[in-house]
Design a protein around this ligand. Structure first.
Ligand code: PLP
Length: 391
């Protein structure tokens, strides 16, 4: 039996592998090209767009953590998704995507569909009837985001993937919100997992990156082939930074989640809050599914305040610890206004269909001292009440 767990192997990928000087952490291979021993013999590594030792270590680490066969490391989360759409969907094919997917994914799908690459249909994937109806027409790929962004809706992975497979399509799960610490979609049958490593996996808000993990070697090789063809593989330095960030993923996530639980407690008790969307709450419609398929409920919290946009604005004005910023999953706490920030590329109709309102705010809870975060949230909510009561 392997004395090191799957988690330990993933987090330690590449440590103690330096054959030149026994450096504990692996060196960075920044070189773009490698010498051939002779015209008759190709080296293991030839050109860094195609393969790079540092990037390959990151691919191995994320594939190990996800329980997949091979990891392909890309220049962003969107390039990871673009790779899947281009490599796995035939010309004129069809994709089903969640109606409340990340706004950038929505924009990418629509623009590629407008060019005639494929057709795309948006479905509320938490509604089994709606998904059945959509799958009745020929489908090549179904993108799943669970929890979804920003409503944190939960898709029941196993039965959903079974339906997707029965319809002859591939199931691609965007696991950015959970990271492999909290959810491993391949265990529930997903064919491919995609990540924006910009978020929890790197965790330090200093690299934009992506990853794709396939559940079998054939699919993995196809994705690696297309990543090279399309030229969307990540650089060595970025890969090294993400590998460094990933080493603390397990420890970070535990603090993120503990802080999030304290903040949810404040939100659910404050009269300025009209709704809290958090899968850890027993009245969240996906609570039981999240308990089953996730290890922890995560540190993304979405809520609506009284007073509409004015209320949301008052909350954000004067925050001391939370920064108003896009993105998520870093060590620092952030608040975003989905309607005007992360999901601004959606039309007002699409925002409405997804349930995004002007009063909605999304928190990415960091790992700062919990007391500081709670005080900042309380003060923000008190400002909302002032606006509502006194205008
Ligand atoms: N998928 C999800 C769920 C996201 O939230 C994001 C970015 O916010 C992306 C994909 C895109 O990732 P990137 O910004 O690294 O291209």
């Amino acid at each position: 039996m392997d004395p090191i767990s799957q988690l330990g192997r993933g987090l330690r990928a590449g440590l103690d592998s330096d054959t030149a000087f026994s450096s504990i952490v692996p060196p960075i291979y920044l070189g773009t090209n490698y010498a051939f021993p002779s015209l008759e013999n190709e080296p293991d590594y030839g050109y860094s767009r195609s393969e790079n030792p540092t990037r390959d270590l990151l691919g191995e680490a994320i594939a190990t953590l996800e329980g997949g066969s091979q990891g392909v490391i890309t220049s962003s989360g969107l390039s990871a998704l673009n790779l899947c759409f281009t490599a796995l969907v035939p010309a004129g094919g069809r994709i089903i995507a969640p109606h409340d997917c990340y706004g950038g994914t929505w924009r990418l799908l629509n623009h590629l569909a407008e060019r005639g690459n494929f057709t795309v249909d948006y479905v509320n994937e938490t509604d089994p009837g709606a998904l059945d109806e959509a799958l009745a027409r020929p489908t090549d790929l179904v993108l799943i985001e669970t929890p979804s962004n920003p409503l944190l809706r939960i898709v029941d992975l196993q039965p959903t993937v079974e339906k997707v497979h029965a319809a002859g399509a591939l199931a691609l799960a965007d696991n950015t919100f959970c990271s492999p610490m909290r959810q491993r979609p391949i265990e529930f049958g997903a064919d491919i997992v995609a990540h924006s490593t910009t978020k929890f996996i790197n965790g330090h808000s200093d690299v934009v990156g992506g990853a794709v993990v396939a559940n079998n070697a054939e699919l993995g090789e196809k994705l690696a082939f297309w990543a090279n063809v399309l030229g969307l593989t990540a650089g060595a330095f970025d890969s090294w930074l993400v590998l460094r960030g990933l080493r603390t993923l397990d420890a970070r996530v535990r603090v993120h989640d503990a802080n999030a639980a304290e903040i949810v407690d404040v939100l659910t008790r404050h009269s300025a809050v009209q709704a809290v969307y958090y899968p850890g709450l027993p009245d969240h419609p996906g609570h039981e599914i999240a308990r089953r398929q996730q290890h922890g409920f995560g540190s993304m919290i979405t809520f609506e305040v009284a007073g509409g946009f004015e209320g949301a604005s008052a909350f954000c004005r004067g925050l001391q610890v939370f920064d108003i910023a896009e993105s998520l999953g870093g060590i620092e706490s952030l608040v975003a206004h989905p309607a005007t920030m992360t999901h601004a590329s959606m039309t007002p109709e699409a925002q409405l269909a997804a349930g995004i309102t002007p009063a909605m705010l999304r928190l990415s809870v960091g790992i700062e001292p919990a007391g500081d975060l709670v005080a900042d949230i309380r003060a923000g909510l008190d400002r909302v009440l002032e606006v509502v009561q006194h205008g």
